[in-house]
Design a protein around this ligand. Structure first.
Ligand SMILES: CC(C)(COP(=O)(O)OP(=O)(O)OC[C@H]1O[C@@H](n2cnc3c(N)ncnc32)[C@H](O)[C@@H]1OP(=O)(O)O)[C@@H](O)C(=O)NCCC(=O)NCCS
Length: 243
């Protein structure tokens, strides 16, 4: 394991940060839904009721959480991580995808797929994204960001987002964007704290009963000197209108 202090100093985004030690286990979270053109699975899996979240989060004291956080390694996602991240995806709100979907991201945008791992090798969370678009729409996109309930409020999501933004800066993107359920106040609060604004509302973006709207949130990067990418639209759009 490499011990590093500054993610910006790292070539090829190999191993990032971290210190410490502890024994821990992982729980779940909710990946953002990807752009409409990508395959998206329903929120609920049929035939396999998920355990209640409070039963799975109980018992994680702050001392243990802090020890776990101080032992975290942020590193690129590896193929074999897919054998170990099922528990991360068992949260009732989590949207999961077929293996080919994850492999597609791993093959095309490996630098955008980063995992937070505990000292005992448990996956604490991950971020999956990509770069896409043409001209001044060239941007980084957060497809999934998830931190297990046990390890929330420790700054892991913030660090994972910082990696994605740093990669996007290096790729000369104009902005970073993501989609989030309008009901997901925790995530919206976090993104706002990280400098994202609601660029537009996408009506009925998430299928379900009922369907749910999404906020398309954006943060301008340094290449967008005039901040054009973050001038909010005054009207909502439909999923088919998304580029
Ligand atoms: C949203 C989520 C990724 C945040 O992960 P996290 O590691 O707990 O976030 P961080 O610790 O990095 O928090 C960064 C900031 O976001 C804000 N924030 C995070 N969780 C918050 C909460 N429950 N209430 C209020 N603010 C919160 C805080 O301002 C926080 O900074 P602070 O702790 O210094 O005050 C996590 O709650 C999660 O996985 N949720 C389910 C999945 C999800 O919704 N993903 C996003 C889909 S688009």
């Amino acid at each position: 394991m490499h011990y590093v202090q500054n993610t910006h100093a790292l070539p090829n985004f190999s191993y990032y940060i971290i210190f410490s030690c502890s024994h821990d286990f992982i729980l779940a979270s909710l990946p953002c839904r990807p752009h409409q053109k990508e395959p998206v699975k329903k929120t609920q899996k049929s035939g396999s009721p998920k355990p209640k979240q409070q039963n799975r989060t109980g018992g994680a004291g702050w001392g243990r959480k802090l020890r776990a956080a101080s032992m975290t390694t942020l590193r690129p996602f590896r193929c074999e991580d897919m054998f170990h991240f099922n528990n991360v995806n068992l949260d009732p709100l989590t949207e999961t995808y077929g293996l080919s979907f994850y492999l597609q991201y791993l093959a095309h945008w490996p630098e955008y797929f980063q995992v937070a791992e505990s000292s005992s090798g448990v996956i604490m969370g991950y971020i999956m994204g990509k770069a896409e678009g043409h001209g001044d729409n060239w941007h980084g996109h957060v497809t999934a960001l998830t931190v297990a309930p046990e390890y929330r409020r420790l700054g892991l999501a913030k660090q994972l987002m910082a990696i994605l933004e740093d990669i996007s800066e290096k790729k000369r993107c104009y902005f970073v964007d993501l989609f989030v359920r309008v009901s997901n106040l925790v995530a919206i609060t976090m993104y706002k704290k990280l400098g994202y604004i609601v660029y537009r509302t996408v009506l009925q973006y998430y299928s379900g009963d009922p369907d749910e709207d999404a906020y398309d949130m954006r943060k301008a990067l340094s290449r967008d000197t005039q901040q054009k990418s973050v001038i909010p639209l005054t009207h909502p759009v439909r999923p088919e209108d998304i580029e």
